[in-house]
Design a binder for this molecule. Structure first.
Ligand SMILES: [Mn+2]
Length: 404
């Protein structure tokens, strides 16, 4: 038991007992003494992310801190950090403060939305749900957990605060009537987009996809393509006599400059795809890719197909992300959870890839906080929007309104 245990590379001599050796010589002599070249990690994203951080400025961060001291008054004498104000006015602490999206300025005067690159807007409407309601709380759920995020993304080396002028314009007033609420949403989206600002729309159930696209289509000369990530096709004319959340793309593709040939639906499949919607999809010949297709093709090829179809002859692309496209295990807080969908990182990779080419607007729909657990569904909804914006910044598809 006590005599040397022969191990390759062991420095044990005959007079030594195994346990007298230093720990590393007993357990990993080859590793502690080796002279091999270390692997080159300089092309990996971990290394590059660290390099990229050094290239980011902190002008806007300094402005936020100075503004906090000015408006929130200086901190107490006992506080050493000069960046801490008496009343919180900026990002820190993450657990407190007023919950606009990412604690951005609340734009009370909607007429000034054109001053911003991006406006987050809520569409708290769930009268179009066909099973569990609750997405009327989606915008507030996403705003609340957005306070967990910083505006900086490590891998992309993007700090949204330093690149974009963003605001939270609040919610569209959505009455409990589908047609009236849809009209309100169309006007809200069209107002933001026609002001030269990117609408980032927080639903709401998926019925809002129709009025959102209608608002975009009003502002775009030429065709609008739609890329739709979902488990469900959402292409039937009516559901229980109304335009419910199973219906947005039937109606959106009847808008003259939103032809079905430019609709591509990615991640479809499972046991909750109404046959009425499938029949219509077949007749209009839109493009459907299942989760199996995505797995077979891989992310890059899937993106190539989706972008080619949506952008063919189009002037703009609308991005619709239904949170239930992700496997039900990751998104309990949704109205029609369906097992077998995307892993979160697959969905995020697709979203970033779509955003590389630029989008006219984005919606995140079907986040239903009453069924959520630890805010994880809302957290993914927020991240989807953050990743899309970071990818657009990275590829010069947005920005320019920050004062120098
Ligand atoms: Mn949907």
């Amino acid at each position: 038991m006590t005599q040397g245990i022969p191990a390759s590379g062991s420095l044990l001599t005959s007079s030594q007992r195994w346990f007298d050796l230093p720990f590393y010589e007993r357990h990993a002599p080859n590793h502690r003494n080796h002279e091999r070249e270390l692997p080159d990690v300089s092309s990996l994203s971990g290394w590059l992310g660290q390099e990229l951080e050094g290239e980011l400025g902190d002008t806007q961060w300094r402005r936020e801190v100075e503004r906090g001291i000015e408006l929130g008054l200086p901190g107490a004498d006992s506080i050493d950090d000069p960046d801490i104000s008496c009343f919180q006015r900026g990002e820190l602490p993450h657990w407190s403060g007023i919950n606009t999206f990412l604690k951005l300025p609340y734009l009370e005067d909607a007429r000034k939305v054109g001053d911003y690159d991006v406006a987050f807007v809520g569409a708290p409407f769930d009268v179009g749900t066909t099973y569990r309601a609750g997405t009327r709380f989606g915008p507030q759920g996403m705003r609340r957990i957005s306070s967990l995020y910083t505006p900086y993304n490590f891998e992309l080396g993007v700090d949204l605060r330093e690149s974009l002028k963003m605001c939270d314009i609040g919610d569209v007033f959505c009455p409990a009537n589908i047609t009236k609420a849809h009209d309100q949403i169309t006007n809200g989206v069209a107002h933001i987009l026609s002001s030269g600002t990117l609408p980032m729309i927080m639903g709401g159930d998926h019925s809002i996809g129709y009025p959102c696209v209608r608002g975009v289509a009003e502002c775009v000369e030429g065709k609008v393509g739609i890329i739709h990530l979902d488990r469900h096709v959402d292409t039937q004319e009516k559901d229980m006599d109304e335009i419910m959340h199973t219906c947005p793309w039937f109606h959106a593709t009847n808008i003259p400059n939103c032809p079905p040939a430019n609709l591509v639906q990615v991640g479809i499949g499972g046991w909750q795809v109404p046959r009425a919607g499938v029949r219509h999809g077949t007749s209009m010949r839109s493009t459907v890719l299942t989760i199996d297709d995505v797995e077979t093709l891989g992310i890059d090829k899937t993106l190539e197909i989706a972008l080619e179809v949506a952008w063919k002859g189009a002037s703009a692309v609308y991005l619709s992300f239904d949170i239930d496209s992700v496997d039900a295990g990751f998104v309990p807080g949704t109205g029609w959870p369906e097992p077998g969908g995307y892993l979160p990182r697959e969905a995020l990779a697709l979203l970033r890839g779509i955003a590389k080419e630029g989008i006219a607007a984005m919606e995140v729909v079907e986040v239903a906080p009453p069924y959520d657990i630890s805010d994880i569904t809302a957290l993914l909804g927020v991240r989807a929007m953050m990743d899309v914006l970071a990818s657009m910044v990275k590829h010069d598809k947005i920005g320019g309104k920050l004062e120098a």
